[in-house]
Design a protein around this ligand. Sequence first.
Ligand SMILES: Cc1cc2nc3c(=O)[nH]c(=O)nc-3n(C[C@H](O)[C@H](O)[C@H](O)COP(=O)(O)O)c2cc1C
Length: 305
Amino acid sequence: MINIDISTAVGGLKLKNPVMPASGTWGYGEEYAEFYNPGELGAVVVKGTTLEPRHGNEPPRIAETPAGMLNSVGLQNVGVEKFISEKLPFLKDNKCVVIANIAGDSIDDYAAIAERLDAEKDVSAVEVNISCPNVSKGGIAFGVGADTASGVIKSVRKKYKRVLIAKLSPNVTDIVEIARACIDSGADALTLINTVKGMSIDINNRKPLLPNCTGGLSGPAIKPIALRMVYEVKKATGADIIGVGGIECFEDALEFIMAGANAVQVGTANFYNPLVMPEIIGGFRKYLAENKISSLKELIGVAVH
Ligand SMILES: Cc1cc2nc3c(=O)[nH]c(=O)nc-3n(C[C@H](O)[C@H](O)[C@H](O)COP(=O)(O)O)c2cc1C
């Protein structure tokens, strides 16, 4: 019997295994605790957190698509203070490595929330969601331009001393350019990808189904796009990457590891299979044992040439 080691590291953050929930799809974990102990996961990425609480968008917020879903939840969350006082203790009690996904409408918003979380030692890393609309630039997402992406990451870097992960939007022409801008501005690692912009029409009402017109596509439909972006960014930059997009099973997760991801996140699949993450962790152990590979690290990026 060989010793199986499925631990990994992302931007200096050590994880006992490479599996974590994608922000916004697992809340703060309370609902999943009846299925398994959240401390079994490599880390927990919490719902997108803003400085002030947000109610999110008007319903309907979700539309089903043939291989995934469209959402326009609009960052509904309790705000950073309630996250710290009401949600963080549960995660701490369960010995979770906590990654806080943060969002804002302005660079000052991002800096303020980063400063607040820097004082909270139970948050091991921040994942900076740069897919939010930059209000001062008329609603264009920070993550679609190298200059705006860089501005956000620099402002967070000044205020946050621990691990900084930039979560990139796939709705760009050249993902490598944005990835480089984030790394050069102080990000320790990257999460790839957020949802892909899409839409759906209600033919009876003859108008867009989502009140915001467009929404974010997630689930199996986006897996090939996400994999391609992980591969391209790993090849061009060698950066530490968390891969996300359409992972439904262990085999999907392993594809991301082989494309260069150091760890993976699971989003939409949690909604229809609450046990998907422990299953993926078990799948990694079984694959390594069957193939007589002692460490998962050996498989990171093996398909990148
Ligand atoms: C309902 C819902 C809410 C989401 N909320 C956030 C969020 O608050 N912050 C964020 O960075 N990504 C958010 N995402 C994007 C996911 O974290 C993930 O990047 C995306 O869904 C792709 O992964 P998947 O195909 O496994 O779902 C959300 C996705 C969904 C479906």
